[in-house]
Each structure stands twice: as C-alpha cells, then as structure tokens.
Design a protein around this ligand. Structure first.
Ligand code: COA
Length: 382
C-alpha cells in the first residue's frame, strides 16, 4: 500500500469509493463535489491509499479557521474518510489517518477536528470527543414575537459580500469568546452566498442565511453583534410564521435568541458530535485564546505515541489572555494526547480523570479548568 496526494486523474476513483461508502451523490451535487475535491487536491489536502494503481481509500483535511476562546487559528478539518468495502478491516483506514495527521502537521495546522461516523479509529490516533453541532427546532410564531427595539438597516446580500461576512464572523466569535466554531475561506463563502435557494440578509454587525425545506425554514446562520440586530434578524425569520411550521437552526448552546424568546419550555435539540486533536502542543497553546483574568502556571506530562514531538513534560504558562507551552524537567500529572485534546476543548479535568485520560497529582486541576474553560460548539458541518 502506498499513500500519495490525489490528482485530478483520481477523481472518478475517489467518487466511486465515496459512493460505495456513503451512497450515491444526488446528480445535481456531483459537479460541486468535483470542484471542491479539485480545490482540496490543489492545496495538498486530499490523500489516497493505493494498492498498486488501484485506489483503496481516501481522505481530506480541509483548511479551516477555528476559534478557541475567541482567537482564530488554522485547523485541519478531516472529512470524506472512505475505504472501499473490499479493503476494509485490514488497516487501510488507520494508515490513511496517520498520513493525514502527519500532513496536518506539515501544513502547519496545530489542531484538527472531525465529525466521526465511527469513533474507535479516531480515538486510537488521538482525536477525542470535544464539542457538538446543536440543531434546535424553534417556533416561527415565537420568533415573530421577538420585537425589534430600533430600526436596523438590512439588505439582501450576494457573493460580493463574502469579505464583509467573514469580517462579521470574526468579530462576533471574538466578542463572544467563542470556542469551536469554524470559518470558511472566501471562495467557500462566495459559493454559499451565490446559492439561489438561500435567502440572505446583511446588517452592519450581523447576517442571516436560511432556505426553505419542505415548507419549513432551515436556518444556516444567524450571527448578530448587538441586541438590535439580533431582534431584527430573528423577527425577520419569524415573519414566515404564516407559512412555515417550524424553523430548524444550528445554534451555539447559549445563543442569545434562547433568551430573547418570550416562551421557552420544552426544547427539541439534535446533536451531532465532533472530535478534536491537538497536533502540535507548542503552536496549539500559543494560538489559543485564554481568559485574560486567569493566570496559571502548570506542569503536565503528555503521552502522544503518534506525534513523539508532543510527548514529554510541558510547562504551561497562561496570563494576559495568552499561553505558552515550554519543555520542562520532571513529571507532572499525566495526560494522554486524547486527554490533552479534550482539555484544550474545555472538558473538565474531573471528567478526564474518571474517563481514564488524566492521572497523578491534582494540584493543577483547578488552574487547568479555569484556563481551558469553554463549551465548544460548531455551526457548520463539514
Ligand atoms: C471507517 C473506515 C474508514 C475504516 O477503514 P478500515 O480500513 O476498515 O479501518 P482499519 O482496518 O484501519 O481499522 C481501524 C479501526 O477502526 C475500527 N473500525 C473500522 N470500521 C469500523 C466500523 N464500521 N465501526 C466501528 N469500528 C470500526 C476497527 O475495528 C479498527 O479498530 P481496532 O484496531 O481497535 O479493532 C471504513 O470502514 C469506511 O470507509 N467506512 C464507511 C465510511 C465511513 O464511515 N467513514 C468514516 C467517516 S467519518
């Protein structure tokens, strides 16, 4: 078996393996799939496993931006991991994921995330349960009752607004000190904003994007930097109440709309969980945001059999909203790389201890919990 970068000549074989793994793509999305796959290949982010000249498996690591405590950094989003049915159960998938991990490090992505269809393969290589994409079902009538407090200028938007949308996303995630959400590059935003099936409105400090699905509303994005804009955008969605039976929306767990609603009782939430991995300890700590009110000095010993450079004792110093990891002597509490990845994503040390990912002295537990606190979420599936 050989692992190499996929090229445009491999597209048909990848599509075939993909179809054998996830079922056929609808006819109207094949062109879009090919375009995205080509762009991913051009960036060195699509790998294939070959048995001679025959493709046995493939997987990509899209370059995203991910916010951690409000600070953006490059993230390798692993997706489209597929092995031909006849090649499964012989280690092809694991070999491929090892190569993807190495490629992420080579490309300078210090963290990685993925939505798993099955978890053991990823956990065995260091990705750990981290956050969720939460889809809530809301009542259009309840949204209509959110009254605007002041007039807000809204306009329809299109592909040329991509840069403005990216700027708003960055400002809102930074202001919210958000952990987990991802951002697309300008080309991807342009494609989304160019889709005729999506209804898109832009304000100075927010935007909404939704589409109709079987007579109901499916909301992709609603980000607002102020109460006035949140009210204006949500009530705009609510004006569909005469036609739409429900609104499904991907939301942060503490999205302000849940506090703007007059009535909030039983809630229907569907969650899709995602996993996360620290690829490079030093860069991942340096690029993460931390609460500026927390000052912490902790020593941890990390075990990462897949990335030996991460293995060892690290001194973590957190202050003024930033952190550093520097190689240290001796031994601190022991974390598997899964434990470190989960900690980075805000999973409390008590969970890591009972979950078998952290052992040894408890002296730094409270400091680590305070430094890495967060409820990681994503709005986008990939
Ligand atoms: C998941 C998939 C990529 C694994 O590829 P593979 O070559 O069979 O995997 P490997 O032989 O390297 O096995 C790696 C580990 O994953 C486990 N695994 C593989 N398929 C699994 C499945 N369907 N359910 C649970 N665990 C599975 C194996 O048991 C092995 O763990 P172990 O060594 O502890 O027993 C492959 O089965 C596939 O293409 N499935 C359909 C598409 C899919 O689900 N892709 C994942 C999208 S996130």
């Amino acid at each position: 078996m050989e692992i190499r970068d996929l090229t445009p000549d491999d597209l048909d074989a990848v599509l075939d393996t993909r179809m054998r793994s996830f079922g056929p793509l609808p006819d109207d999305s094949v062109d879009a799939w090919r375009a995205t796959a080509l762009a991913t290949m051009e960036r060195g982010r699509y790998l294939g496993v070959f048995d001679g000249s025959r493709l046995a498996g493939a997987g990509r690591l899209t370059g995203f931006t991910q916010w951690w405590y409000g600070r953006p950094q490059p993230m390798a989003g692993v997706a489209g991991v597929v092995v031909n049915p006849e090649d499964r159960g012989r280690g092809v998938g694991r070999q491929l994921m090892r190569a993807i991990l190495t490629r992420a490090a080579d490309l300078g992505d210090a963290v990685s995330a993925l939505y798993p269809a099955t978890t053991p393969i990823y956990r065995s290589l260091g990705w750990e349960h981290a956050g969720a994409e939460s889809i809530l079902t809301l009542s259009p009538e309840a949204l209509r009752a959110i009254r605007p407090t002041e007039p807000v200028k809204l306009r329809r938007m299109g592909p040329d607004d991509a840069a403005e949308v990216i700027a708003i996303v960055g400002r809102v995630h930074a202001a919210n000190r958000a952990s987990g959400p991802i951002g697309w590059d300008e080309a991807a935003w342009r494609r989304y904003l160019d889709n005729e099936a999506d209804f898109l409105y832009l304000a100075d400090d927010g935007f909404v994007g939704y589409s109709w699905e079987d007579g109901d509303i499916s909301l992709d994005y609603l980000l607002a930097g102020s109460e006035a804009t949140a009210r204006a955008l949500w009530s705009l969605v609510g004006t569909s109440s005469s036609v739409a039976g429900k609104v499904t929306a991907v939301l942060a767990p503490d999205d302000p709309v849940l506090w703007l609603l007059r009535e909030r009782a039983k809630e229907e939430i569907k969650q899709t969980r995602w996993m996360f991995r620290v690829v490079d300890v030093v860069a991942a700590i340096a690029r993460r945001g931390f609460p500026s009110v927390v000052t912490a000095d902790a020593v941890i010993t990390v075990d990462d059999p897949e990335r030996p450079a991460n293995t060892g004792t690290w001194r973590l110093e957190i202050s003024g909203g930033s952190g550093t990891a520097s190689a240290a002597e001796g031994e601190g509490p022991r974390l598997s790389v899964n434990g470190l990845s989960a900690l980075y994503a805000g999973i409390p040390t008590s969970t890591l201890r009972v979950g078998g990912m952290l052992s040894g002295s408890e002296e730094f537990d409270e400091a680590l919990d305070a430094a890495f606190a967060g409820t990681p979420y994503m709005i986008d599936y990939f």
